[in-house]
Design a protein around this ligand. Structure first.
Ligand SMILES: [Zn+2]
Length: 128
């Protein structure tokens, strides 16, 4: 997935602001290129997992559509663990077409993954 440096910086900023809780949101774009970030509320208010607010989810889908974009990635932060999908992240990753981006505040890394039939595939984040 192509992603701008600005969006990476936005993810890092959001992660820092929400710490010690997990930050989460969507990236909208098209043709494998992330164009816009939507911050979402982590209604779990947890340091180890997140859930989106269904109303905000609906609004993000609508906003993206209005801009002729679709939601191509879900990002979230790991305040206390490395940039790897947790067992629960894998369990909840239902869509093989969605890129899951994790920013770790532990090691400062930002990584992308896809989950296809329960198998984790690395997704290169190409800074464009
Ligand atoms: Zn996670």
């Amino acid at each position: 997935m192509k992603i701008s440096k600005n969006i990476i910086e936005e993810i890092k900023k959001h992660a820092k602001e929400e710490a010690p809780l997990e930050a989460c949101g969507y990236l909208a774009g098209k043709e494998g290129s992330a164009a816009e970030l939507f911050r979402m509320t982590n209604i779990d208010k947890s340091e180890e997992h997140f859930s989106f607010d269904p109303k905000e989810q609906f609004r993000a889908i609508k906003d993206a559509r209005a801009k002729n974009l679709s939601l191509i990635a879900v990002y979230h932060s790991h305040p206390n663990s490395p940039a790897r999908l947790s067992d629960e992240d894998i369990r909840l990753a239902h869509d093989p077409d969605t890129v899951y981006v994790i920013h770790s505040l532990l090691d400062g890394e930002t990584k992308g993954f896809r989950v296809v039939n329960g198998e984790i595939l690395d997704e290169l984040l190409q800074i464009a």
